[in-house]
Design a protein around this ligand. Structure first.
Ligand code: F0G
Length: 423
């Protein structure tokens, strides 16, 4: 984690380049469209000549750019501003009643559902669509369990670019399809699961038909790493220290990879001690838990699960493509991973709702995972923990409705209603 920063290669453009995480090969960032290494097909990562310190965040805000949100962190990003609505600057909710029941020193909920399209994906898209403009591509595309497609449609629409989304038929929550539809994406429903959709869209991208904006795209993760920066700054402002642990739902493992990368950059710049890096703790649904399997068994790679099922459709994923970036993040921060049942997810969703925090099922996996880890004695009671909630309640109205109480039909009469509510 604290390896010395790389020497700047000749291919760098204004101090930015791409590097393969497997073989180290470097590439110019904006000359050609590229998602993986030409030589070994490894995942690519964006690298910088200058790594950020906390003092760089919001630098020159009044004149040069925003003081809040994703672009506050422009010194750590490939551009100073992107296609913005704006995104980021999400609340870090206090949840005192849940905190007491979970029994930790501090528990905060970082509610990424408060982004413009209702999920953390907006942070990635504000950067990713800016890069698409730089590369002068004609059309944007993604495979999605729903939120990525909603965010891509939103940001692609704002940029005036045509957008294609591939969704697993019958497995995407209504709110997300509604967003993709209204924002003008062309929606293809594939007779397969998310992993099949991603295989296909990668092929379309390889054939040059579309620009891929799944989290395989290294630039998207740049935007998402700002979640980690914001958590550190918000916790420091409130507690005078950084959190011990960040618990987050895992699907394709893009977010885990992104947050880890941001922390590594702060360590490499000398802004953060290795010992201060929060333990990255991933949570998956029991029916779709290849990352948990790899972490539990101590494997360096994940094995693809062909059959996946969970009520938390956003994380119904059997082949987390970012695992080679995310697994070191979990290992090197001293984190872990845990699987939770659908009923545990729904219970956590309802519990968060009692504190006014409305999230979709996948998001509640983080709290469900924390509760389980506390029961198992794998999280200490003196920890300051941040649970990431990744998407808004209204993304999946059906799940919310099922988790809550039923409306009661009443007569059109005040006395009859009074009688009914006095029961
Ligand atoms: N939570 C929500 C609400 C999500 O939509 C996703 C991923 C995740 C967590 C997992 O994040 O993939 O970075 O580990 N949704 C993607 C999509 C796959 O298509 O919307 P990850």
């Amino acid at each position: 984690m604290d390896a010395a920063p790389d020497a700047v290669p000749a291919c760098a453009d204004d101090g930015t380049w791409l590097a393969c995480i497997e073989c180290g090969e470097t590439f110019a960032p904006f000359e050609d469209v590229r998602y993986t290494c030409d030589h070994c097909d490894g995942l690519l990562e964006v690298r910088y000549a200058d790594l950020p310190t906390f003092d760089d965040f919001g630098a020159g805000a009044s004149t040069d750019g925003p003081d809040r949100g994703v672009w506050r962190y422009r010194e750590a990003l490939p551009f100073d501003l992107g296609v913005t609505l704006p995104e980021g600057d999400t609340p870090l909710h206090r949840v005192p009643r849940i905190e007491e029941i979970v029994g930790v020193d501090g528990l905060r909920i970082k509610h990424e559902g408060m982004n413009p399209s209702g999920s953390f994906k907006d942070r990635g898209m504000t950067v990713g669509v800016r890069v698409a403009q730089e590369l002068d591509v004609d059309a944007l595309a993604c495979a999605s369990t729903g939120n990525t497609s909603a965010a891509l449609a939103t940001y692609g629409g704002r940029a005036g670019m045509p957008t294609l989304v591939l969704l697993p038929q019958g497995k995407v929550a209504a709110g997300k399809i509604a967003q993709a539809s209204l924002h003008g994406a062309r929606i293809l429903e594939v007779d397969g699961n998310f992993d099949d959709c991603l295989d296909i869209v990668q092929e379309l991208a390889a054939r040059g038909v579309v620009y891929l904006l799944n989290s395989l795209n290294p630039f998207r993760l740049e935007g998402q790493k700002t979640i980690g920066f914001e958590i550190l700054e918000q916790c420091y402002a409130d507690y005078g220290r950084f959190p011990d642990r960040i618990v987050l739902p895992v699907g394709n493992a893009g977010n885990t990879s992104a947050i880890y990368k941001g922390f590594r950059e702060l360590v490499q710049s000398g802004a953060l001690d290795v010992a201060e890096v929060p333990k990255l703790t991933g949570v998956q649904a029991e029916g779709a838990a290849p990352m948990v399997e790899a972490v539990t068994e101590g494997n360096d790679e994940i094995s693809r699960w062909e059959h996946v099922e969970t009520r938390a459709t956003a994380i119904r994923i059997g082949n987390p493509v970012n695992a080679p970036k995310a697994l070191p993040g979990v290992h090197n921060t001293g984190g872990t991973a845990v699987a939770v049942s659908d009923n545990e997810i729904t219970a956590a969703q309802a519990h968060l709702a009692t504190e006014g925090v409305g999230v979709e099922p996948a998001s509640a996996a983080s709290l469900a995972g924390l509760k389980k880890l506390r029961r198992q004695g794998r999280v200490d009671d003196d920890e300051l923990v941040v649970c990431l909630t990744t998407g808004h309640l209204l993304k999946d109205p059906e799940a919310a409705y099922k988790a809550g109480g039923d409306p009661e039909p009443v007569p059109n009469d005040a006395d009859a209603i009074l009688e009914q509510i006095s029961d």
